[in-house]
Design a protein around this ligand. Structure first.
Ligand SMILES: Cc1cc2nc3c(=O)[nH]c(=O)nc-3n(C[C@H](O)[C@H](O)[C@H](O)COP(=O)(O)OP(=O)(O)OC[C@H]3O[C@@H](n4cnc5c(N)ncnc54)[C@H](O)[C@@H]3O)c2cc1C
Length: 295
């Protein structure tokens, strides 16, 4: 790397970011080629500085990478990751989560604090930043319902804060991506409860998840619901459960999941998801919309 590269690396390190070059594949599906560079700021201030240093370069912000399929031939840009920004703190019935805190970690903290509201989301492996941005949800509870305030940064480095009414939240969607914002943290409002009650709720939702969803490597739901009906219902009725491509398979347990049985590539995932999309369109006239994001 030349002098400019060295100066850039030093600037990133000075702001508290760690750098990993030629990083191995990202993404919960476990496929994908190598990534040219991944940058891990230590906290919100470090993130803002790192983003300023990377401005004008090809980079993408990721949290847990649990909803993103990486290209098989690698990613020739920079991943700016919130993964080290995991602080969670409490003030009364509110908690403040840094963007990189994972939902299971946040739910565990809420259990400790005896604060209820997030139990339904305990099985979602992503980060708070990703979950706020995508308005993640499960079992009738959506992230947006709990939000008091989101702290974010604009693409030109301005700090902004806004409440739930300015989220533009809908089903698995907010306006955060369209506005070019990165979530740095979010304040959530919960309800006082007891640890015992929260534990029993979490156990119930986890049991429902285990009974209906596969345990292997996946990106969760491949497609969004259609008028409240799981895309899996149509994929199942199209007879596609158990269909394989290389190491990938349309789950026999839940047809809206594509699982990596070992050695699956992104191309295998796309072959199966496109087969499902085309077959459901042909058989039922329904156009499925991807929930998974393709980098
Ligand atoms: C086994 C499994 C089960 C799942 N179950 C559910 C479920 O029940 N419900 C559900 O809704 N989802 C589910 N998911 C999908 C996923 O976990 C959620 O969508 C989660 O919110 C994504 O968070 P992430 O940090 O992994 O996002 P990433 O995959 O890292 O990123 C997703 C998108 O969000 C953007 N993003 C990430 N962080 C930020 C940030 N700080 N600011 C701005 N943009 C950001 C990225 O650029 C990208 O466009 C599941 C996934 C898996 C693997």
């Amino acid at each position: 790397m030349g002098k400019t590269g060295d100066a850039r690396s030093r600037a990133l390190e000075r702001c508290g970011a760690r750098i990993k070059r030629d990083a191995e594949a990202f993404g919960a599906f476990g496929s994908g080629g190598r990534v040219k560079e991944a940058v891990y700021p230590s906290d919100g201030a470090s993130f803002v500085e790192a983003a300023a240093i990377l401005s004008g370069e090809d980079y993408v912000v990721l949290g847990g990478a649990t909803d993103v399929l990486f290209p098989d031939d690698g990613y020739d840009g920079t991943i700016l990751s919130t993964d080290r920004m995991r602080d969670v703190s409490r003030s009364g019935d509110r908690i403040y989560c840094s963007a990189g805190a994972r939902l299971p970690q946040v739910v565990a903290k809420c259990r400790k604090y005896a604060l209820s509201g997030l139990e339904q989301l305990s099985g979602i492996p992503g980060s708070v930043g990703g979950a706020v941005t995508m308005n993640a949800g499960a079992f009738g509870r959506e992230m947006a319902e709990l939000i008091v305030r989101v702290d974010a940064v604009t693409s030109d480095g301005r700090a902004v804060a806004f409440g739930a009414d300015a989220l533009g939240a809908g089903y698995r969607h907010t306006s955060i991506a369209e506005r070019g914002l990165t979530v740095l943290g979010a304040e959530l409002k919960l309800c006082p409860s007891t640890r015992k009650e929260i534990e029993s709720c979490i156990a119930g939702f986890e049991e429902r998840r285990r009974a209906s969803q596969p345990q292997g490597r996946s990106l969760g739901s491949v497609f969004k619901r259609v008028n409240g009906v799981s895309a899996g219902y149509y994929i199942d009725r199209a007879g596609l459960k158990g269909t394989k491509s290389g190491g990938a398979e349309i789950s026999r347990k839940h047809a809206n999941f594509i699982v990596n049985n070992g050695g699956a590539t992104g191309a295998d995932f796309i072959a199966l998801s496109e087969l499902a999309r085309k077959t459901v369109l042909e058989k039922f006239g329904i156009g499925l919309e991807y929930e998974v994001i393709f980098l």
